[in-house]
Write a protein that binds this ligand. Structure first.
Ligand SMILES: Nc1ncnc2c1ncn2[C@@H]1O[C@H](COP(=O)(O)OP(=O)(O)OP(=O)(O)O)[C@@H](O)[C@H]1O
Ligand SMILES: [Mg+2]
Length: 443
């Protein structure tokens, strides 16, 4: 009987998917909790981390903390189009505020509802947006002055509804930066808005939370203001071993019976993830699938199945890889083979040396800059780079060795046709009966 019918796989690899158990990040949550308990605001939060490190998921945890403490949470994903100009960003902020403001805050306000308005929350949202936008349009001055005037109206509504403050939260903030060439400064506008509200001690506190890839920090330092000092930076790292084990083991406990993963098996899965949040979900899901196929038990040697790295590659890496040129792939291979540790960074000069003359330092540097733009690697500090996607090293080596195997097969002398068409002898059939162990649930 197929046991999969009865078990829903709880692990959720994928962008922004809430994990079945949220591991670690206690310091970050505590820091934010403290901020939300204050009735003034002088600091803001910047959450950065590589792809799949759990920024979006942490942001939704922060939202829960904010709401529990009575704050209004207003925000969205920043798209490139919303970040193109100061005007577009201003409209985005006002629209987000209008939809976040609770019906209570709006009905008790002086917002002019349209005649015959039924007063349901969608119409209230539209009415408040029209009101805020009206103020924005009518106020003289620069975008920042007009935005501040409209924002003050939102602040008065929040005050009236007795909420604690406003959190302006934006994910994918790497889309936001100043365009000095076009005289458009959307990042500076956002930061100046919050900074001026915090300086003038507005009637309710306002906190800005930005979340994105590590380059957000560069965009902030490039603004016209003294921005870095305004932010409490949460640099998301991998989870430690205990938190990783907890994130794997807790959801597995709930699947007992019919699944009985051994302690060794869970430890092996944790080892494979290296504490990288996306991989916790990925290998967790693979583990459950393979256990189901094996009738609920499996030895640690059987995990993971050989096709796992290919599925990982397809889900995480292939889109980026497909945008690289042959020469860039050669350089990536050198970087992948040259690193001793997962996630180690490298420089153009080091790769040039490892390439035995194939790349000069200047050429390697040029390719590294191009690879950065394609999102395969990122700059860790001046002149040094690392892979954006964890386990890139194994995926690159795997891909390149397959390409080499195909090339070699064409270079060797052809076999005779009879041998080539003979049915293959299956020497791999080897059934291992896993001992029926009790599950390991040490958490
Ligand atoms: N603390 C955690 N414990 C367990 N799983 C987590 C944790 N944080 C994130 N994950 C899982 O990792 C995956 C990636 O999370 P998320 O989408 O939040 O990453 P991200 O940093 O926002 O990625 P991106 O840069 O692509 O937006 C999801 O499947 C999520 O469930
Ligand atoms: Mg995200």
């Amino acid at each position: 009987m197929d046991r999969r019918v009865f078990v829903e796989n709880p692990f959720r690899p994928g962008a922004g998917h809430t994990p079945p158990y949220f591991g670690g990040r206690k310091d970050e949550l505590e820091r934010f909790q403290r901020l939300m308990r204050q009735d003034y605001a002088t600091e803001n939060i910047l959450v950065t981390g590589l792809r799949g490190f759990g920024k979006t998921v942490l942001l939704s945890q922060l939202r829960t903390v904010a709401r529990e403490n009575g704050w209004l949470w207003s925000g969205n994903d920043l798209s490139e189009s919303a970040s193109l100009s100061e005007e577009r960003l201003a409209i985005r902020i006002l629209a987000d505020l209008a939809s976040a403001l609770p019906a209570q805050a709006v009905t008790e306000s002086s917002v002019n509802l349209l005649p015959n308005e039924e007063g349901d929350s969608e119409d209230l949202g539209t009415a408040i947006f029209d009101e805020l936008r009206g103020i924005y349009e009518r106020t003289p001055g620069l975008t920042i002055d007009r935005l501040r005037a409209a924002f003050m109206k939102a602040i008065s509504l929040v005050k009236r509804s007795k909420m604690s403050g406003i959190v302006l939260a934006y994910d994918e903030a790497q889309c936001l930066f100043d365009h000095a060439d076009r005289d458009e400064f959307p990042m500076s506008t956002l930061v100046e808005l919050v900074s001026s509200l915090q300086k003038q001690d507005s009637v309710v506190p306002v906190v800005l939370v930005l979340c994105g890839l590590p380059q957000v920090f560069d965009a902030l330092t490039a603004t016209r203001t003294y921005t870095e000092r305004m932010f409490n930076v949460m640099r998301l790292n991998r989870l430690n071993r205990d938190d990783t084990l907890a994130a794997l083991a807790h959801p597995l406990v709930k699947l007992h019976p019919p699944l009985y993963p051994s302690k060794d098996l869970v430890l092996k899965a944790a080892e494979l993830t290296g504490g990288y949040p996306y991989l916790i979900q990925f290998f967790g899901r693979e583990l459950v699938e393979q256990l189901l196929q094996n009738g609920g038990v499996m030895s640690s040697e059987q995990f993971p199945s050989p096709s796992v790295i290919e599925r990982l590659d397809a889900g995480l890496f292939s889109a980026r890889w497909n945008r690289t040129t042959d020469k860039q792939r050669d350089l990536l291979q050198i970087a992948a083979r040259g690193s001793n540790h997962w996630g180690e960074d490298f420089s153009a000069a080091e790769l040039s040396e490892l390439s035995n003359g194939e790349f000069s330092s200047a050429q390697a540097n040029q390719y590294l800059v191009a690879l950065c733009e394609k999102g395969i690697i990122y700059r860790t500090r001046h002149g040094r780079y690392a892979f954006t996607v964890p386990m890139s090293e194994s995926m690159i080596i795997n891909r390149m060795s397959k390409t080499d195997e195909v090339a070699e097969s064409w270079e060797t002398a052809p076999k005779d046709l009879a041998a080539a068409t003979a049915p293959p002898v299956d020497e791999s059939v080897h059934v291992e009966v896993a001992p029926k162990k009790r599950g390991w649930f040490g958490f």
